[in-house]
Design a protein around this ligand. Sequence first.
Ligand code: NAP
Length: 541
Amino acid sequence: MSEPAIEQTPDHEVVIIGAGVCGIYMLYRMLELGVDVTLLEKGDGLGGTWYWNRYPGARFDSESYTYGYSFSKEILEEWSWSEHFAAQPETLSYLNFVVDKLDLTSHMQFGCSLESARFDDQADCWQLTLQDGRTLTTRLLLTAIGMLSAATMPRIEGVESFEGESFHTYYWPQEPVVLEGKKVAIIGTGATGVQVIGEIADKVGELTVFQRRPNWCAPLHNGAIDDETQTRIKASYDAIFERCRETPGGFIHGPDRREFLEVPEEERLAFWEELYASPGFGVWLGNFRDVLVDPAPNAEYSKFIAAKIRARVDDPIIAEKLIPKDHGFGSRRVPMETNYYEAYNRPNVHLVDVNDTPIERITSAGIATSEREYEFDIIIYATGFDAITGAFDRVNITGLGGQTLRDKWRDGPVTYLGLQITGFPNLLTLAGPQSGSVTTNFPRGIEEAVDWTTALITHLREHGRTRIEATQEAEDEWTEHIKELFDGSLMATAESWFTGYNSNVEGHDKLRYMIYMGGAPRFRERLTEVADNGYEGFEIR
Ligand code: NAP
């Protein structure tokens, strides 16, 4: 049943949700096009991921100069990254610099949390209700709500009862947290926990790490950018972005075309040593192609990395606990680290394996395991996110016939190109599940999605169209394609947010098809093809 028309002319042509890397660029492109647009942001400031994640150690795993926006030569020339892998405060400053430079702030509304969105079938527009009760209408609703923005706390009894300081890393306080001399616990050893541990181990009094499953981590090899390098980087931006366009992940690192077995052992080991000693994701993404596909080469590489961990951790029992046994290298997201393994050689750092001694509850004074009670001043929850679909699930999005997106995606997302959903006309999910942006160096992926969406909106305006919706056939075909690509990868074999797994969210303990594994160039080709064929797969009217 359709809702009655609320009005013929919506308040806005476009509403963008989220002022992170994606929302900022989308806003810029809409204003450039002369669209009546407003951006709603939940936080009190812009920056998305880089606004919220203020935990110690938060920094890029992408080379800084591959992370900035590529669309403005002026911005590229004026902004100088201080480190190869910039820390969160610098990235937040960068995004503020961009927004000031492009004069975007007056089009952003902060402290606006979207509570519900309901499509009006008669008026071809979305009716939005904010948490403060305000309502507004828009022809097109563009979500830039983040892939990792719905933080999840562990389901452990007593979390509320702790009387010291405690926070999820995503909600790290804006005011300084005094760590010196404190007894600190951290739960979680994903990319976030690994960054925190490496950064604070030598600053706190005692640090106790509660680990469930270890990850394969590798050294980031960060460093300052000197003047000469800065000049070289600025002169090479065209080549840098061209390189990023060619690689599956949108990084400067792409797979080595040789096969593992083609390369003699000595040469292979020398190559792996080189990867391990090089900065950034090369250690993960710059390997022989089959290492991330074929279990046998993957096992060899995992053995090589395990030896590195054993060499870096003094206590062999601790070293074994830090080496994953349930999945091969790179089948979950590889956390990049600085001093992570060395932290465990410090006398003030302790590892608790919760498989041996499970956490039973959080108490007013600390954490009780099956073995003993630990007392802490601070508990840090580095327990991750209800990834990719979580931010959508937290808004009541109702499409045609009263169907909610939450219900439609209950067993996993289904989309067309990761950008549109049948039954939810005029909703464009810019970095949604199953889109190419989710598995790429984020700004590189979202620039593609935003540019494509801008061209689509131009098309709609030029043809006086007010409605776009993916056909059921196109959605089925895309979702099937996602499954086929994913099932052939090693990623599908390891539980992680890439497979939609989160032990702290009801129902998220099974494989969901969240990400596109075809690589950025292939995704780009498909987007271009769809547009060139008159936006095939969409019904436009
Ligand atoms: P995550 O990878 O999902 O890690 C969460 C950790 O918490 C895991 O070690 C998990 O253990 C543990 N955990 C969850 N619930 C638990 C419980 N009840 N008891 C014990 N342990 C529990 O989350 P994340 O570290 O925040 O990273 C998420 C993603 O954010 C990364 O993969 C990355 O894409 C992004 N990130 C990026 C950067 C960067 O670019 N520099 C930095 C940080 C994060 P199990 O593994 O056993 O589930």
